[in-house]
Design a protein around this ligand. Sequence first.
Ligand code: GLU
Length: 440
Amino acid sequence: MVVTRIAPSPTGEMHIGTVRTALFNYLYAKHHGGTYFVRIEDTDKERNRPEWVDAIWRDFEWCGILPDKRYIQSEHLERHRALLTDLVNRDKAYVSKEPAKDDASRTVEVVRLRNPGTSVTFTDLIRGDVTFDTTELGDFVIARSLSDPLYHFAVVADDGDAGVTHVLRAEEHISNTPRQILIQEALGMPRPAYGHLPLILAPDRSKLSKRKHGASVTVYRDRGFIPEAMINYLALLGWNPGTEQEIFSLPQLVTAFDLDRVHHAGAVFDETKLTWFNREYLVRVPEEEYLRNVLERVHRAHPEWPESLIRTLLPIIKERISLWGDLDATIAAGELDFFFAPPTLDAGRIPDKKSDAASAREHLTVAAKAIDALPEHFVADDVKNALWDYATEKGRGAVLWPLRYSLSGRDRSPDPFTIAALIGKAETLSRVTKAMELLP
Ligand code: GLU
């Protein structure tokens, strides 16, 4: 029975790499019908903060990588104390009185492991055999006191008690493994299989960092990435399915995943690719859920914009955004304003660059007539059909720029047919008339 775990320390925002490690542990356990749990490692009292514990749960919930069980390491202190005492009783470890590191005049007591001083070899599931000579570690410290174990001891004790069979964790822990194996052997606990996952790198091949690269779950969530897209992308960061398939749901990942296709080399985090995934997921969001998200974001900035009109804009929004943050930016840039209120026009910009006011007036007159002749309710193609031949004959820029600018007041916007259909006949004609009045 496979048992895996992720053991995050509550010392700050969750790194994207922690999600990837959690995901690989989750996928491996589920693929093999096993269990996966989260253990929060709050042994480092100076650096832990309770709010980061809450953040860890919140981030895993958001990602949808849900554990079968949840633990908090500090709940095991009694057990750690019993195990440490037992080690001391069996002379596998000893309490050492020694000068404090920071102040030699003070004496402290620490617990040291009696290091047998051998070379330790383990077979890493990703890297193969790894050997370390442990003699130079000496009798290393495993606890500050019988009731204050250090990380290496707590990890080994908890993994052993929980029956962890596979420790899949970040590459940076590889040099911790021999120490932990020595503690395990002293405790008489079975050795799990170890697999050290390749690093996630920034494009310049430095280690991807929260501070430098904003690589935290919170940052990505706030930028409007979708969890399913994140998970799909992270699964392919350091692993490949051996096929061309790129889009995977979580259950599909469970089926496809195994460790034999996890790469050895570091994986470069490619934000463009992640954004591509996000767009793939965004266009698949069911209509009503999509609308709910759009309404929430639009109404945050413009509570007065009517839902009915926002609903008609969904195809345009869908076309232009890859993540929800793009919608926020579009709204903030005022790029949707002209759908809700007539734009302020600059008379000099109504004619196309290569044309003049007189021809702009002429083309707008023709366009207004053609639109006026359409039935009350029309679609974009109706406007296009009514004007296309004329625009082709007179020059598309010369005819369509003034119309588009009159309706939107912007250099860039959807085509004038689409805008006209969305704002309706009366509003379209009123904006064209206003533009003509402005022309000299
Ligand atoms: N608490 C350790 C960390 O946050 C995890 C160590 C482990 O997975 O064994 O890196």
